[in-house]
Design a protein around this ligand. Sequence first.
Ligand code: GN1
Ligand code: MG
Length: 367
Amino acid sequence: MSKRAAQLARPFEIPGTLCSVAALGSGHIHDTFLAEYEHRGKRTRFVHQRLNTRIFRDPAGLMQNVVRVTEHLRSALRARGSAEVERRCLRVIHCADGRPFHVDAEEGVWRTTGYVERAHSVDSVDRPERAGEAARAFGAFAADLADLDPAEVLETLPGFHALEGRIAALEEAARADPRGRAAGVGPELRQLRAARATVARELDARSFARAPRRVVHNDCKINNVLFDDASGEGICVIDLDTVMEGTLLCDFGDLVRSAAGPAPEDEPDLSRVRFDLALFRALARGYRAGVGSLLTPTERRLLAIAGPALTLENAARFLTDHLRGDVYFRIHRPEHNLDRCRAQLRLLDHMLASLDAADRIVDEIPD
Ligand code: GN1
Ligand code: MG
C-alpha cells in the first residue's frame, strides 16, 4: 500500500512529502487510510479513500454531491458564526486538474479529505450524554441542509432505504440460495417476516408516506460523527456518500439502531444486546435540540418507530448478504453478517416491546 499511497498522493493538491500511512476506521464499504505529510517542518494529516465502485457506480456523481453538500454546510456554519468551521465540516481536497477525485492506473477511484484533528469516533455508546451529543450533531446537520433543494443532489444509490425492496431482495436471496445457507437461517427469516408486518403496520398508521422529502444523510450510525477529544461535543458529521433525497426517519432510525443500546451492531453475545430507554430519551432530546423547529407532526410521530424500521432494514440487508456469500459488507470473521443480523433482530425485538414507552418519551419532548 505505501508505495501506492506515495503515488496516489501526487495528483491531490497536498504540499510536502508523505511520511506515513495506515488503515483507518471501521467502515464496511471503502478502503480508508490516514496519511501524514510534512511541509516546511509542519505535519498535516489527510484521509485517502479508495471508493468501492462496485457499490457506487457513479463516483464522479457521488463526489459532485459531496462537494455540493460540504459547500452548503460550510456556508451555513459561517452564517451562524460557528467557531472552527474547518473542524465542523469535511474538506474535500481537489486534484491539480480541478477534479475532486483521482483515477489510478488500475482504475481505482480515490478521494482525499482533510483529517479532523483532536477528535474521535465510537462504535457503540455507553452513556446518555454521548448519545445526546451525537443526536444533536446529526440534527444540526439536517437543519443546515434544510434549504438545499433535493433536486440539486443526485440519487447515488437508488432505492437505498426502500424497506419493501430490501425485503424482496432477501426473499429472492433465500429462494436462489447461491451458497446453500438458507437452511441454516430459518428462525431468522421467520422473525424477520413477522417483524416486517408489525413495522409496516406502524409506518402506515403514522402516515410514513406523508413524511417530507428532504436532503438527508441516510447513514447516521454512531461512528459517522466525530467527537471533540477535549469537550466530548459532537463536532463533525462524516461519511457523506449517501447524502441524497430521503426522510429524517432514516437518519434518526439509524442513529437509534446504532446508539440506543450498549452493544455494537455485530455483538455475538446476544444477552448483551438491548434497547436502552435512557439512551433513547437522550437521542430524541438531542435530535430535537439539533434539528430545531424543522420536524413536522408526521416526522415527530415517526420518531419512535424509526429505530425498529432501520434495525429491520439492516437485519434484512445483513441476512441477504450472508445468503449471497458476503459480497457487499466487509466481513472480519466467518458468519459475520449472520452475527450482525442476529444482533439486529434481538435489538429489534426489544425495540418493538418498548414502542409505547418510546412514544411516551417522544411526547414529553417540548415542541
Ligand atoms: C454501511 O459505510 P458504512 O460502514 O458507514 C452501509 C450502511 C449500513 C451500515 C451498517 C453505502 O455503512 O447503509 O447501515 O454499513 N452503507 C452503504 O453498518 O451501504
Ligand atoms: Mg458509509
